[in-house]
Design a protein around this ligand. Structure first.
Ligand SMILES: *Cc1c(COP(=O)(O)O)cnc(C)c1O
Length: 464
C-alpha cells in the first residue's frame, strides 16, 4: 500500500534530518566491505515489511550526507525544500517528457523555464531548449548540433572530414569523451592553453584554428567554459565569439558549473557576449540548488535542435503539435520530469530569490578567501569571482588531508590541481550555509590537523 510506504518515508526522513544535524559527516564504510556490512544481496524470497524497512534504513543512514553544512566536496550541496517537494511530486506523477499527451502541463512547466532562460541571456524568438540528464549530456547535444551544422550531408553520411574542435585545457572531461562519441575522435580535440587565472588564451585559440585550416582540417566548434571545474574560471565569451564568427564555428558555452551567474545582476558580466553563443548549458543542480540532475541546454536557433534530434515515430507522436511534443528535440525517448523541481523552486522564491542564492555563494567564497589571506598558515590559489576556493594549509599534502578528514568523518572536501600545484578545493555552493559554517570549516580543519600532526606527516598511514 502506497499510504503505508509514504508514512514510512515521512518517518525515516524525519529521522534522517535529525541525524544530519547530529552527525553531518557519516563515517564511511570501506568500499571493499560494503557488501559485508549491509544487507544488499537480492534474495528469491520476499522480506516482511519490518525487515524490509530495516534494510532500507541501514542504507539510508550509512549514505554520505551531501546536504549538510560539512559537505564541500562537490559542485552541489544543500537542500532547497521547495525543489525537493517538486522532485517528490515528479516521482508520484511519473510522466515522461516526450509527448504532451503523456506529460500535459509539465510540458508547459519545462517550456516556461526554457523560455525564461533564453530571454534572460538575450536569445531571440527562434531560440529553444531542452533538459538533458546532466551537463555532460548537454555538452554532447551541443556537440552533435555543432557537428551536424558543419556540412549539409553530415546526418546521412557521417563524419567524412578531419574535423577539429577547441576547448581550454581547463575544461570538463566530457568534451574529449563526447568528441569520441560523436565520431570526431579525441585526437581532434585541440586543448587551448589557459592563462594564470585558468582562462582560455584567446590569441592561442585563433592561432590554432588558423594552423588547422592550413593543414587541411575542418574546425567546427569552440567550447567556452563558464566556471572551469577546478578554479571556477570564466572563458571570455565575447572575444571567443568574434573568432567563431570570423571562421564560421559553432560556439557552445558550457555553464554546467557557473552558468547560473546569468541570474545575478552583479555577476552576469562574467558571461558578457553570451547572446552571441550558438548554445549554452547550465546545471540547475549545481549553483541553482536543485536536486540532481537538472541540466538545461538552450540553442539560439531552434532549427538545430530539430535538425539533429527530430525523428518520426508513429507509435509515439500521435497527438498535438510538435512544439508540445518535447521528444522531438531531445536526446532521449522516455525522459524524466527534471523540470518540475526547478520550477517549484523558481516559482516559490522568484527570479530575485535565485539571484540571492548565486550572490550568496560568491559572498561565502569571499569570506573563505579573506580568512585564508589573513592567516599566514594558509596559501591561496584561487581568484576573485569564483566559488571554488583553493588553498593549502601548513604545506600539508591536500590528498592526505582530504582523505583523512573523510575517513575520520570530519569534513567532506576534495582536492584539485592547477599548473602542477595540488590544493584543497573548498566549494561554497551550498547557499544554506552562512559565514558561520564557512568559518567553522576552517576551525574543524585546524583542530583536526593539530590532533593528527604525525599521521599527516607520515604518508604510509594514508595508503593503508
Ligand atoms: C559538472 C560539470 C559538467 C558535467 O555535468 P554533469 O551534470 O556532472 O554531467 C560539465 N562541465 C562542467 C564545467 C562542469 O562543472
Amino acid at each position: 500500500m502506497i499510504e503505508k510506504d509514504i508514512a514510512q518515508f515521512q518517518q525515516i526522513v524525519t529521522q534522517l534530518l535529525t541525524a544530519e544535524k547530529e552527525e553531518p559527516v557519516v563515517p564511511p564504510i570501506k568500499a571493499e566491505e560494503v557488501f559485508n556490512q549491509l544487507d544488499l544481496k537480492l534474495e528469491t524470497e520476499p522480506l516482511d515489511d519490518d525487515q524490509f524497512y530495516q534494510s532500507l534504513k541501514e542504507i539510508i543512514f550509512n549514505t554520505p550526507r551531501t546536504a549538510t553544512n560539512q559537505f564541500f566536496n562537490q559542485l552541489f550541496g544543500g537542500r532547497r525544500s521547495k525543489a525537493v517537494l517538486g522532485d517528490l511530486v515528479a516521482v508520484m506523477l511519473n510522466n515522461s517528457m516526450y509527448t504532451y499527451k503523456v506529460a500535459g502541463p509539465i510540458v508547459g512547466v519545462e517550456k516556461a523555464i526554457i523560455k525564461e532562460i533564453c530571454s534572460m541571456i538575450g536569445y531571440g524568438d527562434h531560440s529553444d531548449g531542452t533538459f538533458a540528464s546532466g551537463g555532460s549530456m548537454s555538452n554532447l547535444m551541443a556537440m552533435v548540433m555543432a557537428r551536424d551544422a558543419a556540412y549539409e550531408s553530415m546526418t546521412d553520411t557521417g563524419v567524412e572530414r578531419k574535423m577539429t574542435l577547441y576547448t581550454s585545457e581547463e575544461s570538463h572531461y566530457s568534451i574529449p569523451k563526447n568528441a569520441s562519441l560523436i565520431g570526431i575522435g579525441k585526437n581532434q580535440v585541440r586543448y587551448i592553453q589557459a592563462d594564470d587565472f585558468g582562462i582560455m588564451k584567446v590569441e592561442a585559440l585563433e592561432k590554432q584554428i588558423e594552423e588547422d585550416i592550413q593543414n587541411g582540417f575542418l574546425p567546427f566548434m569552440v567550447n567556452a567554459t563558464a566556471g572551469t571545474t577546478v578554479l571556477g574560471a570564466f572563458d571570455k565569451v565575447g572575444p571567443i565569439s568574434d573568432i567563431c564568427k570570423k571562421h564560421a564555428l559553432w560556439l557552445h558555452v558550457d555553464g554546467a558549473y557557473c552558468g547560473a551567474v546569468v541570474f545575478s545582476k552583479k555577476y552576469k558580466y562574467l558571461l558578457k557576449g553570451l547572446e552571441e553563443a550558438d548554445s549554452f548549458s547550465v546545471n540547475a543542480h549545481k549553483m541553482l540548488g536543485t536536486p540532481l540532475t537538472c541540466s538545461i541546454l538552450v540553442a539560439k536557433d531552434e532549427k538545430y535542435l530539430h535538425d539533429s534530434f527530430s525523428y518520426d515515430a508513429d507509435y509515439l507522436y500521435q497527438t498535438d503539435n510538435d512544439d508540445f511534443n518535447l521528444g522531438k528535440i531531445s536526446l532521449q525517448c522516455g525522459r524524466r520530469n527534471d523540470a518540475l523541481k526547478f520550477w517549484t523552486l523558481w516559482k516559490s522564491i522568484g527570479t530575485n530569490g535565485l539571484e540571492k542564492l548565486i550572490d550568496h555563494q560568491f559572498f561565502l567564497a569571499d569570506i573563505a578567501r579573506n580568512y585564508i589571506q589573513s592567516n599566514e598558515d594558509y596559501t591561496l590559489y584561487s581568484f576573485d569571482n569564483s566559488i571554488s576556493v583553493c588553498f593549502n594549509y601548513k604545506g600539508i599534502s591536500p590528498q592526505k588531508l582530504c582523505t583523512l578528514l573523510y575517513k575520520e568523518a570530519k569534513l567532506m572536501v576534495g582536492f584539485g590541481s592547477f599548473q602542477g600545484v595540488d590544493f584543497v578545493r573548498l566549494i561554497t555552493i551550498n547557499s544554506d550555509n552562512s559565514e558561520k559554517e564557512i568559518l567553522n570549516f576552517f576551525t574543524i580543519l585546524e583542530d583536526f590537523v593539530a590532533e593528527h600532526q604525525e599521521e599527516l606527516l607520515d604518508s604510509a598511514l594514508i595508503e593503508s
